[in-house]
Design a binder for this molecule. Structure first.
Ligand SMILES: *Cc1c(COP(=O)(O)O)cnc(C)c1O
Length: 369
């Protein structure tokens, strides 16, 4: 019986094992484990890569978002607009600083925030928009920037799934006031533990986030404000610097494999990912949609193919947000997609023969009716 997981990190590890071990060993020998040379170097590399002046390593992608909102002074009484179709952290960060998430439905093609519906949700309390570049595809940013300018709002890109993606040639994380990345192991650039980063070209924001990640402390044992303990580990940074050298190549491999799926499923009653013409999509996940989702999932599992539902419940209907007052039917596109979406295995190391097997099983499912 075949066993192809939704994502497999072991193959990649085997491939770069020597480099990884050498770089980790250097860290051990240096005796420097917090905010050392590797964090600094990775910050410079990612800042340069994304076309930003600064990058600040933090403990995880969620903290990247929380610290950014905090640094921008967003808090109780404020509203922040985001997508209901994303990982919980995209909204959790807003609630965490005491502000209120306001959800706008998604575009039925890109699954990103529907930019045509944003303006109607703006109130006097709105302070920011968090566009989420879902599954590796960027939000249509120009209309977002226009609205932000008109209403004087901050824009924080949740680029946790989109490192390496581009919009009209501009890198994910370089368009808003700040961009947030996650180095969770399964992300396109993943460590062997938690990690995150904020990128920005704003001097003040950079300084504030740097302060916040070390207890609001500009100098040891002097505290200017209440902060966090939220730093990227030196060991993770060393690992990430090795992996970062492969990121573009891995993203290309994801794109090639995505194109193979899309071509192979063309004639099936299966919605394949739409790539907006202005985007360089990096396929963090390859998500198809069908009204027979649960049935297809069962069939794939039975054939030894891992798959996953991203996401089963939109954020506006989460139990924790019942007090926000949303009900079923409020954001129909996101709600419907939650019933139809299914991620198929897609990672740079997925073998051609494995992918052909997956394609064959999916085709079989629809052909036998
Ligand atoms: C992974 C992810 C996060 C959170 O990142 P962590 O590093 O797990 O805290 C936030 N937003 C999105 C869209 C994500 O996919």
């Amino acid at each position: 019986m075949r066993n192809i997981p939704l994502i497999d990190l072991t193959e990649q590890y085997e491939m770069i094992k020597e480099e990884l071990h050498a770089s980790i060993e250097k860290v051990f020998k240096s005796g420097q484990f917090i905010l050392g040379q590797n964090v600094k170097a990775l910050e410079e590399e990612i800042a340069h890569y994304t076309g930003n002046k600064y990058a600040i390593g933090v403990a995880n992608g969620t903290d990247a978002l929380v610290l950014t909102l905090d640094a921008l002074g967003i808090g109780p009484g404020d509203e922040v607009i985001t997508s209901p179709f994303t990982f919980f952290a995209s909204a959790e960060c807003i609630s965490r600083v005491g502000a209120r998430p306001v959800f706008v439905d998604i575009d039925p093609q890109t699954y990103c925030l529907d930019v045509r519906q944003v303006e109607a949700k703006i109130t006097e309390r709105t302070k920011a928009i968090i566009p989420v570049h879902i599954f590796g595809q960027m939000v249509d940013m120009d209309p977002i920037l226009e609205i932000a300018k008109k209403y004087n709002l901050k824009v924080i890109e949740d680029a946790c799934q989109a490192i390496g993606a581009a919009y009209k040639g501009r890198a994910a994380g370089s368009i808003g006031d700040a961009g947030c990345f996650s180095f969770f192991p399964t992300k396109n650039l993943g460590g062997y533990g938690d990690g995150g980063m904020v990128v920005t070209s704003n001097d003040e924001l950079n300084a504030k986030i740097r302060l916040l990640r070390v207890h609001g402390s500009p100098k040891k044992y002097y505290h200017e404000c209440l902060g966090y303990n939220s730093r990227l580990d030196e060991i993770q940074a060393a690992i990430l610097r090795v992996k970062f050298r492969y990121l573009d190549k891995w993203n290309e491999a994801r794109r090639n494999k995505a194109a193979i799926y899309t071509q192979a499923f063309k004639d099936l009653p299966l919605k394949t990912p739409y790539e907006a013409p202005y985007n360089y999509h990096v396929y963090h996940l390859y998500v198809v949609a069908t009204t027979r989702r649960d049935e297809l999932m069962g069939y794939l599992k039975q054939k030894g193919i891992g798959c996953g539902v991203y996401y089963p419940l939109p954020l506006h209907l989460q139990p924790v947000y019942k007090d926000l007052g949303y009900s079923k039917g409020d954001l129909p596109v996101a709600e419907e997609l939650c019933e139809q979406a299914l991620a198929l295995p897609l990672y740079p190391e997925l073998k051609e023969e494995e992918q052909q097997y997956i394609i064959q099983v999916v085709r079989e499912f629809f052909e036998r009716g």
